[in-house]
Design a binder for this molecule. Structure first.
Ligand code: PAF
Length: 286
């Protein structure tokens, strides 16, 4: 099937009428565009698992704070469409702001507890915006499965909580983080890094890996592990640390004793660029 590009909700629904029905599965990869290797992987996994696949491209204003990078967030529609065509996507839903948030819009989705730490603490209102747009996209495109990247693990937990609480008939799939050869998690914001910053940024994944090693070697005091991690990050003078925490992977609450799987998560700033990453520290042999 040829790629359909819809800029209106009515257009997307019309395109969905030709989608296979009855026992076949529909997939959605929600994105903010400027598609990179991380999105590529999400789309490929979704393409393999679903009979019909939509990708949404919408830089969602409500998930950016007033001082954040909404205006400078990368936008690259032509190459996004080429990538979607190449990957066999059926529908690109690329609405304008007024289609999603008309002047009469009044409803937002607020999710408690799982948003109280990590990015939720440092980006007030961010997950309210994310949950609101994701719920809208799920309602508009009615997928059976929706795909999210593990780099934004807290986002996946927030979306799963919403899906459970609101009884939404969709399966939320999380796809492993795609990394550059030096370990840096692929992100749309990497393109704003200068050469020296790009090199310095690798300290975040190195630190998270070091934390995972400490945990797998038996460290139990999360505070001590965290302090060791902060010491590693502080060796990189270009990096400002926003947070580094060890959290319960289900609830996203910080732990003090490590007694089961934990997720080590960090956010750093290099100049005006903010980067996040995380790793699951889990002893798979028990
Ligand atoms: O992860 C993202 O790119 C965004 O937060 C999402 C899920 C597309 C919502 O705007």
């Amino acid at each position: 099937m040829a790629l359909v590009v819809a800029t209106s909700i009515a257009g997307a629904r019309e395109a969905m009428e030709v989608a296979p029905k009855g026992g076949s599965s529909r997939g959605l990869v929600p994105t903010m565009g400027a598609l990179h290797e991380g999105h590529h992987e999400l789309i490929q996994v979704a393409r393999r698992e679903c009979d019909w696949l939509a990708v949404s491209i919408f830089v969602n204003p409500t998930q950016f704070g007033p001082e954040e990078d909404f205006d400078t967030y990368p936008r690259d529609l032509e190459s996004d469409l080429a990538r979607c065509r190449q990957l066999g996507v059926d529908l690109v839903f690329q609405p304008g702001r007024d289609e999603i948030y008309p002047a009469t819009h009044r409803t937002f989705v607020e999710i408690e507890t799982v948003t109280s730490h990590l990015c939720g603490r440092f980006r007030p209102g961010h997950f309210r915006g994310v949950a609101t747009i994701v719920l809208k996209l799920l309602n508009i495109l009615e997928p059976d499965r929706a795909y999210f990247g593990e780099k934004d693990a807290q986002q996946t937990v927030v979306v799963r909580q919403m899906v459970k609480d609101l009884h939404l008939p969709v399966n939320i799939r999380q796809v492993p983080t795609v990394r550059d050869t030096d370990g840096l998690a692929i992100s749309s914001r990497n393109r704003h890094l200068g050469l020296r910053e790009r090199k310095a940024a690798t300290v975040l994944f190195r630190t998270l890996k070091e934390i995972r090693t400490m945990v797998l070697q038996g460290a139990r005091d999360a505070g001590q592990v965290r302090r060791n991690g902060l010491r590693l990050l502080s060796r990189e003078p270009l990096v400002q640390v926003e947070y580094l925490d060890l959290v319960d992977p289900e609830t996203m609450q910080p732990v003090s004793r490590i007694q089961g799987p934990v997720r080590a998560a960090g956010a750093i700033r290099l100049g005006r660029v903010r980067l996040i990453d995380n790793v699951l520290c889990e002893d798979r042999d028990g």
